[in-house]
Design a protein around this ligand. Structure first.
Ligand code: ATP
Ligand code: MG
Length: 564
């Protein structure tokens, strides 16, 4: 209920437009949207916003949303991409039911529409060379020139277009163009190309066709054929809208959808175009489209991001009319907010150093209670094992600490989370390197967690795992993929020059609570004081447990000290 209420409050310009249309009973009160990805790469967080918008609007206004693959470009498209796109949309929690379409399903119908335009004298076969076509097009400030082939007869055009389809001509020999206005201030209306010859194999239609419709010709007509009411796209198509409308106005289509443009979602410290993401994959800068550093949905999934957090984020980023760059911190905030509620707490030590209790019997051990999620009592408690040897983080000990160091140091006390107050008595170092090998401590048996004495004031609390009752794990820490906020801003420079060399750090000697050996792929946890982590879905196994850090905690330290 609360959720619905919240949703109803969204009142961006697209929702305002839809509400107005509904009030005026436009489209007989129907709302029908579509998400039209080109299957030439994996979906990224920008697409998540378009998905959330199109599928979300359909849900909100009791309408429908189609999935349509915009597969008009035979060279770049692959089945792998089609499959990954469907998986990602489902993962986000949306469903197209039986409304899965491909623009290529409409090739015959689109061909007929082209013939219709020719018959109406509104399209012609042009035979200028590609260079001449460019030259004749003019510039934004100068009008273009009409092609000498512009006034071919309808019969001649029909004949040539049919022969184009029949594989008679080489690529680039002829084009079919709409006859609109070579002097239009909108370059898109200067007799735009409708069909071109491409002798390429298509992932669905095979070698049936050697002429392919241009995006602008395929998109609006596909929308109309599917009965789309609101065709939502990004801002770069604003200048194409007059053309979108021109085709629909001049063809015998079943309806005339309304194109509405909104600003792309951009995020700092990453790149979002599929071409650039492919460059990262092809150059092995990342391990694949689903590398946890990628802004792709498959990368985010593998990293431990949740669909709920992603949807929350794109909603917060908002639907705007002007481009902006959203801070990645906002996305991370949404992730933390969601995982904080959902994840079980775990103790882990990522960079271990051994602590030995001189006053705890070597052959003894005991079980202590640990809270699974302080935000959610229903998640209960678990047992953790205390023994005479434990591991703590190397950084939680300093032999010669500065004033404000509230962790372990010689002569001082610190609280072990869910266990005892301990005090450091001596340190054993490697003779050659000087590295600390063992820290010797005493524990105060009176201060077992939960007893009144355990509340005795000490400056800090640190996490730990039993050295005798923990297991090994590898932990992968991720940082931003680029060192600058806008890697593609400077067009003179190569965005690859701004890659962050430290975007991945692998820690191979980590220790975690032993029951984590049964954790499932993608299962998520909060490692106390270290952040949110999930089991890697590709490389982790029962022999070698591997965790990805989803996101660090923001303010780990003060919070725990206050709570205990
Ligand atoms: P890219 O520039 O990443 O290659 P694209 O626009 O070519 O993206 P499409 O497959 O054509 O990718 O996109 C499918 C839908 O997703 C389109 O409606 C497009 O407008 C929308 N979309 C793509 N990128 C973004 C983005 N950054 N923010 C919001 N919507 C986006
Ligand atoms: Mg596109």
């Amino acid at each position: 209920m609360e959720n619905t209420k919240e949703k109803n409050q969204l009142n961006d310009f697209i929702r305002q437009k839809i509400r107005k249309d509904l009030k005026e009973n436009k489209n007989d009160g129907r709302v029908h949207t579509r998400f039209p990805p080109e299957p030439n790469g994996y979906l990224h967080i920008g697409h998540a916003q378009a998905i959330w918008l199109n599928f979300g609007l359909a849900e909100e206004f009791n309408g429908m949303c189609n999935l349509r693959f915009d597969d008009t470009n035979p060279e770049k498209e692959e089945v792998e991409y089609v499959d990954s796109i469907m998986e990602d949309i489902k993962w986000l929690g949306y469903d197209w039911d039986d409304r899965l379409y491909y623009a290529s399903d409409y090739f015959e119908q689109l061909y007929n529409y082209a013939v219709e335009l020719i018959k109406k004298g509104k399209a012609y076969v042009d035979s200028l060379t590609p260079e001449e076509i460019k030259e004749y097009r003019g510039t934004p400030t100068e009008p273009g020139k009409e092609s000498p082939y512009r006034n071919r007869t309808v019969e001649e055009n029909l004949d040539l277009f049919e022969r184009m389809r029949a594989w008679e001509f080489e690529e680039g020999k002829h084009l079919l163009r709409a006859k609109i206005d070579m002097a239009s201030p909108n370059m898109n209306l200067r007799d735009p190309t409708i069909y071109r010859i491409r002798k390429a194999h298509h992932h669905r239609t095979g070698d049936d066709w050697c002429i392919y419709p241009m995006y602008d010709f395929a998109h609006g007509q596909s929308d109309a054929l599917e009965g789309i009411t609101h065709s939502i796209c990004t801002l770069e198509f604003e200048n194409h809208r007059p053309l979108y409308d021109w085709f629909l106005d001049n063809l015998s289509v079943p309806c005339h959808p309304q194109q509405i443009e909104f600003a792309r979602l951009n995020i700092n410290y990453t790149v979002m175009s599929k071409r650039k993401l492919l460059t990262l994959v092809d150059n092995n800068v990342v391990s694949g489209w689903d590398d946890p550093r990628m802004p792709t949905l498959s990368g985010f999934r593998r990293r431990g991001y949740t669909p709920e957090a992603i949807k929350n984020f794109v909603e917060r980023a908002g639907v705007a009319k002007r481009e902006s760059i959203i801070d990645i911190a906002l996305l991370e905030h949404s992730i933390r907010e969601d995982l904080n509620k959902k994840t079980q707490r775990v103790m882990s030590v990522l960079n271990p150093v051994k602590v030995i209790f001189d006053n705890y019997p070597e052959d003894q051990s005991e079980e202590l209670d640990a809270v699974n999620n302080p935000e959610d009592e229903s998640m209960g408690k678990r047992k953790i094992t205390f023994t005479n040897e434990i591991y703590i983080e190397r950084e939680d000990f300093m032999e010669d600490p500065p004033k404000k160091f509230f962790r372990l140091s010689p002569g001082y006390e610190v609280r072990l989370r869910y266990a005892y107050i301990i005090k450091c008595v001596s340190v054993i170092k490697d003779e050659n390197t000087g590295e600390i090998k063992e820290i010797h401590c005493t524990y105060d048996p009176e201060t077992r967690s939960g007893t009144p004495q355990s509340n005795r004031k000490v400056k800090g609390t640190i996490h730990w795992v039993s050295a005798k009752n923990s297991i090994d794990a590898e932990v992968r820490l991720y940082d931003r993929l680029f060192t600058v906020e806008e890697p593609t801003k400077d067009k003179e420079k190569d965005f690859m020059d701004f890659l962050n060399p430290d975007s991945l750090k692998v820690l191979t000697n980590c220790k975690v609570e032993p029951w984590l050996k049964d954790a499932k792929p993608l299962e998520k946890f909060q490692f106390e004081r270290r952040g949110y982590f999930c089991v890697d879905s590709k490389d982790s196994s029962s022999e070698k447990l591997i965790f990805n850090r989803t996101v660090p905690l923001r303010d780990t330290w003060a919070k725990i000290a206050k709570k205990q």
